[in-house]
Ligand binder design. Structure first.
Ligand code: GRF
Length: 218
């Protein structure tokens, strides 16, 4: 049985990803606790999910005075104070400066198969529109560790989705998001089970340990 890892979930908008993680924890398929939800906007719709589930909320809005360094420092201070193991970016639209103690402890999910259709200004339906314009037949989502670049950190998990002739950015987004709802909990479970080792750009994932059947003890 995986230990319950403690998460901070960072949001900026609708919070569908946060909602999915809350549901997976609730149904027992994800062994985790969300210690804090951090929002870069007091107006983020996703805050409702934290409120409904009594999860502590911190609003940290970017200001000119804080700058990128001060904003990032404020976020990671909250994460340290909440004793979280991992920070989960969930539709979080701000770029962060990582302190050393959070290297390989911050995850993001991107709605394409990195290294395609990613990088600065590739978010939301812009990604899916570019995918459709390009004519590729497969897209998907990528869970990766965050480094100092845009969508450049070591890849933990990817799920592919077929691109259909009839797709619009919205319809492709729906199918990619459905894949994200499987991929993110799966990736977090790999971390909860201590199965990932990061070596440079490569993430090695150890096979899941076989549960010992009762008969084995006889
Ligand atoms: C998705 O496109 C995901 O890939 C990206 O943020 C979007 C989800 O945002 N990271 P939200 O959870 O609905 O706020």
């Amino acid at each position: 049985m995986a230990k319950k890892i403690r998460l901070a979930v960072c949001i900026s908008g609708t919070g569908r990803t946060l909602n999915n993680l809350i549901r997976r924890i609730e149904d027992g398929s994800l062994s985790a606790v969300i210690g804090v939800v951090i929002s870069s906007s007091a107006q983020a719709e996703g805050l409702q999910y934290a409120e409904e589930n009594n999860i502590p909320i911190e609003i940290i809005e970017p200001t000119e005075e804080l700058g990128k360094s001060g904003f990032s420092a404020a976020i990671f201070k909250v994460c340290r104070d909440a004793y979280v193991d991992y920070v989960i970016l969930a539709g979080f639209v701000k770029h962060l400066e990582l302190p050393q103690d959070f290297y390989n402890r911050v995850l993001n999910i991107h709605p394409s198969l990195i290294p395609a259709f990613c990088g600065k200004s590739h978010y939301g339906n812009i990604v899916h529109a570019r995918v459709l314009e390009s004519g590729v037949k497969v897209s998907g989502c990528t869970v990766h560790f965050v480094d100092d670049g845009y969508d450049t950190g070591p890849i933990l998990l990817q799920k592919a989705v077929e691109v259909l002739d009839t797709d619009t950015p919205d319809s492709l987004n729906d199918r990619v998001f459905a894949a994200e709802c499987e991929a993110y909990p799966e990736a977090i479970s790999i971390l909860a089970e201590d199965r990932a080792t990061v070596k440079g750009r490569i993430v090695h994932i150890a096979p899941r340990k076989r549960a010992v059947a009762a008969e084995d003890d006889i």
